[in-house]
Design a protein around this ligand. Structure first.
Ligand code: ATP
Ligand code: MG
Length: 363
């Protein structure tokens, strides 16, 4: 069986270090591993519109931002198909048929949708499109026959929902769809990177992000304002590591070589943590170290972005070509689905023959 990746992001803002840690960095590694036969990376504009219906300009403007972020991180259009969701109408058709296989109560139980409804104050006015987006995500994943979906932890319920739809479809209509596996980050801190405010998830919609394209000054300002341990008032106070966002980011991004370069008094993160917990280590010193680590990680990405920004028409061309390629693949799957569901009337000569015989047609 072919190994195929499908994943993507909503164009609701520029990409942030949470995306990078949770999914983007891994995607580039998987792309360059040469182990995958096909890789599809989707800019999910149709999904972004499910909770931004009144702000299409925001979605339109952010397509290019996400594409630039992708390619500056190393996604390569020669190796991965970069495309825009709305340009693949087959995805809507698939969603429409999958809707028959999911109950309202099953969607209401989806923990990610529950959290997001609360976050957006949608309790009494949930757009139907938003409510059903896990089904549209199942269409995205299955359209490309994806075997692997590399995403952050918040996407677990979505992939689980997809697997249920696949099994239901295959049991009702016969073996047609591919059952995908989720691929989560192996580093625990990257599963769900918190925001700089310490909130559970860095998210474009919460405005608590460090963006991949933030300037050095912006990154510095954000890191210096980051949530740490509120009881760690004096340098001499013992500090807490759990829930301390600066240390979570160091878990996500730092390695021993960084210590050699920027903080040689400590051999590794465990030593730094132990000192913080004992007392005698100030937040500013730890934050400065994190700043160096992040700037080192982001510098090559930002330099590449500056190069790519010089030829914006090329980026749109990449997306146009990717969308054509993605559409071909999705339309093959849609043909399989329609055949399995017996709604391929005009390709089915047997059907026409049988009906003719039934009515005694002599043509
Ligand atoms: P929005 O607020 O519009 O939903 P978002 O910041 O949650 O935006 P998405 O486009 O929904 O970003 O997510 C894209 C991918 O990035 C998903 O795979 C998701 O799991 C991952 N991701 C997003 N935020 C984080 C985070 N804070 N930590 C780890 N992974 C994340
Ligand atoms: Mg999200």
């Amino acid at each position: 069986m072919k190994k195929i990746i499908l994943t993507g992001d909503r164009p609701t803002g520029k990409l942030h270090v949470g995306h990078y840690a949770g999914s983007l960095k891994r995607r580039v590694e998987l792309q360059n591993s040469g182990e995958y036969d096909e890789i599809y990376i989707m800019i999910a504009d149709a999904q972004a519109l499910t909770d931004n219906a009144d702000n299409p300009e925001k979605v339109r403007q952010n397509i290019i931002e996400v594409a630039l972020d992708y390619m500056s991180c190393g996604l390569d259009p020669e190796k991965s198909v970069l495309f825009i969701q709305s340009q693949i109408p087959e995805l809507c058709e698939l969603s429409f048929y999958y809707m028959n296989l999911v109950t309202v109560s099953r969607l209401q139980r989806n923990p990610t949708v529950k959290t997001e409804i609360k976050m957006r104050n949608f309790e009494t006015s949930i757009p139907v499109g938003f409510f059903t987006y896990p089904i549209s995500q199942a269409a995205d994943i299955t359209a490309f026959k994806a075997t692997t979906v590399p995403v952050g932890e918040d996407q677990m319920p979505m992939v689980e929902q997809t697997r249920e739809i696949v099994r239901k479809f295959n049991s009702v209509y016969g073996e047609t769809l591919t059952d995908p596996d989720i691929l989560l980050p192996s580093n625990k801190a990257c599963l769900r990177l918190p925001g700089i405010d310490g909130k559970a998830k860095m998210s474009k919609s919460l405005g608590n992000c460090i963006y991949l394209s933030d300037s050095k000054d912006e990154i510095k300002k954000k890191i210096m304002s980051m949530y740490t341990d509120p009881d760690h008032v004096q340098v001499s106070d013992p500090g807490k590591i759990e829930g301390n966002t600066v240390f979570t980011y160091l878990d996500a991004f730092s390695n021993e070589e960084h210590f050699g370069r920027y903080l040689p008094d400590y051999a590794n993160l465990d030593e730094l943590k132990a000192h913080y917990q004992r007392g005698g280590l100030g937040d500013v010193k730890v934050k400065k170290f994190l700043l160096n680590v992040l700037l080192e990680e982001l510098e090559p990405i930002q330099n590449k972005r500056k190069e790519l920004e010089k030829d914006i028409p090329y980026i749109y061309e990449v997306l146009r070509n990717g969308s054509i390629c993605a559409r071909n693949k999705a339309s093959e799957t849609l043909d399989d689905v329609k055949k399995a569901m017996k709604i391929n009337y005009f390709d089915d000569e047997e059907l026409i023959k049988a009906q003719s015989e039934k009515y005694g047609s002599d043509k």
